[in-house]
Design a protein. Structure first.
Length: 152
């Protein structure tokens, strides 16, 4: 392959690798905690997946065999966390669901993300894939013409 074709070829291959995307780690992870005296915090979910509310003992995270107080499937950007109800008590919240909490206990939300995450950018990604395909074909044609054994 000629030297001037190497850089575009490497660029196209790099874009192909980038365009294939990444897989989300599906290991459960704690995304929100509440301890008595803390300000309750509600945030948007970063992933589609299963969200579980746990009561904590002395550990920072729930034990692997702990039973959740609540399990909710959420989409990305739905609300999850802790807030105060109309009476001033802290409650667990996930989307439209609420979970009453006992006073003077610690709690945590954990998420197990779905392996395949939906993408809002599907049309843009399709255009990128078409552009990469066309670029790869053009470079392939150029390389094939340059390598022709019949030219002197």
């Amino acid at each position: 392959m000629r030297a001037f074709l190497r850089l575009p070829f490497i660029a196209i291959l790099s874009l192909c690798v980038f365009a294939t995307g990444c897989q989300v780690n599906t290991k459960p992870r704690t995304i929100a905690r509440y301890e008595p005296g803390d300000l309750p915090d509600v945030r948007k979910a970063r992933y589609w997946g299963e969200y579980r509310l746990y009561a904590l003992g002395e550990a920072r995270d729930p034990a692997p065999d702990a039973n959740p107080l609540g399990v909710v499937r959420l989409a990305q950007d739905e609300w999850v966390g802790f807030k105060r109800d109309k009476n001033g008590y802290v409650i667990g919240v996930a989307a439209e669901q609420t979970f009453p909490l006992e006073r003077q206990k610690r709690y945590a939300w954990q998420v197990t993300p779905d392996a395949a995450q939906p993408h809002d950018s599907a049309p843009a990604m399709a255009l990128v894939m078409v552009a990469i395909f066309v670029g790869a074909v053009v470079i392939g044609v150029i390389v094939a013409n340059e390598a022709s054994p019949f030219d002197n």
